[in-house]
Design a protein around this ligand. Structure first.
Ligand code: BG6
Length: 834
């Protein structure tokens, strides 16, 4: 036989797909191998030539298909663990042997060792569909594991290195590059930096495609969505972007338009205001938001679910049916038209609720004080009207909530019924009786049925569904759905259930764009929801106990375009009057404190305000000077601020921001007590500040902590002088201790309180451990100083300091008075009013 010697690989790897044992053959080898064939005489030779030609065809086909690199960013995160690796494995199972070669690069910020460990575990847990033979599954899984690797992608140069590795591998194996898929399973604040790196150094070569896959949230409101879209648009073409809404990957959702298309004849006269009583688009969940409060607190149920999933499910019901539903442009155009026909939402178009345990969970997860009450809705019911001839007057109800009594999602179209039946119900024939409810339900998932299904009342019509992929639901005649036994419906479910992410990943691989959100679509949706979100910003949600105990508490009803809860809230669910937040409690108070501007509010508002002010200062500084120098204090008060900056501020120019420390404890930087660790945990690991822009204090030099002879303070001062123009920070964030200290400048401890030294070593009267701190002289050179004071414990000192003059030796905070910059006090109500 032939000597099918594989080329030496870059590293041992599984065969390229479709080539199996010929994995390292390339067309370069073929002439030589054909030559070998031709040395065999007679028939044998002919046979061999035929085989060789077939193989050549096969190899050429493989080369035509090319090599695909999939880069999963955020590969160790929750979504990746639960769905994305599974989806990629599914893709591999489907595409194995069809002529592409693959490599899967899991990437994250985690260290290589840790990342590899996590990925290995995820890969080990993958399973094949039930109908696959175990031996085949084991073989493909082993190949997939070998084709998958973890790598740390942090700095721009890491992307360049990745690109080089891909190119080297492709060249070495004599392959052609088909394309690269970058799946962004990372928080949106990281999008811009990653996008920039991909665009500048990790695009595939000419002739190969790039597909970037983006996960929601795509903004927070219309403005931020537009901003994010513009930013991403500067790096990628529209056709390169695949914005995922995983509901579009659900089998039943994907079936709505085809169902309307295939049943045009039956639906033509029915799908309109004359026949439709109402439409319900529902996603009920039993889980609550525990464990994801830092995300949820920013978004709430409307942004999390209604603006995207439910809107995307609503659209194929509402829109006019294009003549050709396979035309991407026609579907998008009709969808945009439908958005334009939606009547604007008013405050009265919604009811909102919050499960009772939510605020407590938020206090715990976000380290908020006891006084904190969140206004974030975890439940919403919305009434939508569509102002066009087809839908005039038909109510569309959208509803979703956490901690409800069941998990189910569906779209239900309920038809009007004007019939009167003369016989008693026991004599009705379901397929003929017009008195029975008539409905079409796109049962997306879960619920009592437990699976996706399309249900059509038998008294409507027998629907057509693609018989190869949909089958009639069998058995369970006793099951009742939407008030009727299952036997009252023609019911169809998919022959093979497929996970939404697996479906979408397959679409991405095939470049099929119909199940993704275009920029226009996204902005149209935010345009619709933003006014309502704004009007609900200070709405106090109705509290509900959660689960079956909710009873009828969340039932709502509508008249005209107004929606209201059906029942008044029961007394026992409301917290005491003194702690019930009211809209007016959330206003921000402005005043003067020590002759400087004061902003006072409840902690949440205060932090949000401070974060916005810092962002505004950052944007301004970057516009004018190209960089922003921010010096941050440690301790517990700024934690919430760091978290706020990490989650809610898409426009923050992190890439141009330099972060400095106001003070530091004399402990190694990795010690949990170090201020740098706090900054790292709550901010740095969530935002992409270039590492060379982060300036920890050099408290640990030559394996010693704050030794005078190591001159750490002088070194920090020199670094500041070298990088910060005039040693004048753009913004310094300070706190105020209960003894009047600020930074690590303590009463009765002269260091840093006077003199010209910029950075000093100090000693706290209450702790033997030394500190390093910016001096008053340096702080007062800043353009802006913000002092954040929070909590009841600060009330006394706040009163005292309001009355004293400039006496830094007694109250170092009183020495903060910028030479030419601005000082602003941010005090929560507890500290300011007691
Ligand atoms: C996600 C939301 O997009 O969708 C979650 O962030 C929600 O809050 C989930 O639970 C619902 O999806 P599914 O597929 O479980 O119905």
């Amino acid at each position: 036989m032939w000597d099918l010697v594989p080329q030496p690989g870059i590293e041992p790897g599984p065969p390229a797909l479709g080539a199996q044992s010929l994995n390292h053959w390339t067309t370069r080898d073929v002439p030589e191998r054909l030559n070998k064939c031709s040395r065999h005489p007679g028939l044998w030779k002919m046979l061999m030539v035929a085989v060789c030609v077939a193989l050549l065809g096969c190899l050429q086909a493989q080369e035509h298909q090319g090599h695909v690199s999939v880069i999963l960013l955020g590969a160790t995160g929750d979504l990746a663990r639960k769905y994305l690796w599974r989806g990629l494995f599914q893709l591999y199972l489907e595409e194995a042997g069809k002529g592409h070669s693959f490599r899967f690069h899991g990437a994250a910020l985690t260290s290589t060792e840790q990342g590899q460990e996590v990925i290995a575990k995820i890969l080990e847990s993958l399973s094949c569909p039930r109908d696959m033979a175990p031996s085949r599954c084991a073989e493909l899984k082993a190949q997939f594991q070998q084709l998958s690797e973890y790598r740390r992608l942090k700095m721009p140069e890491d992307y360049l290195a990745l690109s080089k590795d891909i190119e080297a591998r492709i060249q070495h194996e004599g392959l052609r590059e088909a394309g690269r898929i970058f799946y962004f399973s990372v928080p949106p604040f990281a999008y811009a930096d990653i996008a920039r790196s991909i665009n500048s150094s990790c695009r595939p070569g000419p002739g190969a495609w790039l597909r970037v896959v983006l996960e929601k949230p795509f903004g927070h409101d219309q403005r931020s969505a537009q901003q994010l879209a513009t930013e991403l648009g500067s790096f990628f073409q529209e056709e390169e972007m695949y914005r995922v809404d995983h509901y579009l990957g659900k089998q039943v959702v994907a079936q709505i338009l085809p169902f309307r298309d295939q049943n045009r004849k039956a639906l033509d006269g029915l799908w309109n205001r004359h026949h439709v009583e109402r439409v319900e688009v529902i996603l009920k969940e039993t889980v609550d938001a525990e464990g994801r409060i830092s995300f949820y607190e920013e978004y709430g149920v409307i942004r999390d679910v209604l603006q995207n999933h439910l809107t995307e499910v609503l659209m194929p019901v509402v829109m006019e049916l294009p003549v050709n539903i396979s035309s991407l442009e026609a579907v998008l155009e009709h969808k945009l038209q439908a958005f334009r026909a939606l009547r604007g939402l008013q405050r009265g178009s919604a009811v909102v609720g919050q499960y009772q345990a939510y605020s407590g969970q938020a206090r715990r997860e976000l380290q908020k004080p006891d006084s904190f009450h969140s206004l974030t809705p975890t439940f919403a019911g919305i009434l939508i009207h569509v102002d066009n001839l087809r839908w005039e007057g038909v109510p569309f109800i959208l509803m979703s909530g956490k901690a409800l009594d069941e998990r189910v999602s569906y779209v239900r179209i309920l038809f009007k019924n004007q019939a009167y039946c003369t016989q008693s119900e026991k004599n009705w024939v379901p397929a003929q009786s017009h008195c029975l409810p008539r409905q079409i339900v796109f049962h997306i998932g879960h619920g009592e049925l437990g699976s996706p299904a399309v249900l059509v009342s038998r008294n409507l019509f027998r629907p057509a569904l693609p018989s190869a992929s949909w089958k009639e639901v069998e058995g369970r005649p006793e099951l009742r759905l939407f008030g009727r036994p299952l036997s009252d419906y023609y019911a169809y479910s998919p022959v093979r259930e497929q996970d939404a992410y697996a479906t979408l990943i397959s679409h991405i691989f095939h470049g099929q764009k119909d199940a993704f959100i275009t920029t226009e679509n996204l902005l149209a949706s935010w345009g619709f929801w933003t006014p309502l979100l704004d009007s609900l910003a200070h709405e106090v949600p109705r509290l509900y106990p959660g689960g079956a105990e909710n009873g009828h508490l969340l039932d709502f009803e509508f008249s005209g375009s107004h929606l209201a809860f059906s029942q008044p809230p029961p007394e026992q669910l409301m917290p005491g009057l003194d702690s019930t937040p009211t809209p007016s409690d959330f206003q921000v108070l402005r005043g003067k404190y020590r002759e400087s501007p004061l902003i006072s509010a409840w902690p949440e508002e205060l932090i949000a305000r401070l974060a916005s002010d810092i962002e505004a200062a950052a944007v301004g500084a970057v516009q004018r000077f190209g960089e922003f120098h921010l010096a941050l204090s440690g301790g517990s008060s700024p934690v919430a601020l760091f978290q706020q900056l990490a989650t809610g501020h898409y426009g923050f120019p992190w890439a141009h921001t330099h972060l400095w420390l106001v003070d530091e404890r004399c402990v190694p930087l990795w010690d949990p007590e170090s201020n740098f660790q706090g900054l790292q945990a709550h901010l740095l690991q969530h935002v992409r500040v270039p590492h060379y822009n982060v300036h920890p204090m050099p408290v640990h030099r030559h394996r010693r902590l704050c030794a005078e002879e190591d001159q750490g303070a002088q070194a920090y001062a020199e670094e500041i002088s070298a990088l910060v123009t005039n040693s004048s920070f753009d913004l310094v964030l300070l706190g105020m201790g209960a003894d009047g200290h600020t930074a690590s400048l303590f009463p009765q401890s002269p260091a840093g309180l006077d003199g010209k030294q910029l950075v000093v070593l100090t000693t706290s009267p209450s702790s033997p451990r030394r500190r390093m701190s910016l001096s008053l002289a340096l702080i007062n050179r800043a353009r802006k100083v913000a002092v954040l004071v929070m909590g009841r414990m600060k009330r006394e000192i706040a009163v005292l300091v309001s009355r004293v003059g400039r006496e830094p030796q007694k109250w170092p905070i009183s020495g903060v008075l910028p030479d030419s910059g601005q000082l602003v006090w941010y005090m929560d109500y507890d500290a300011f009013l007691g």
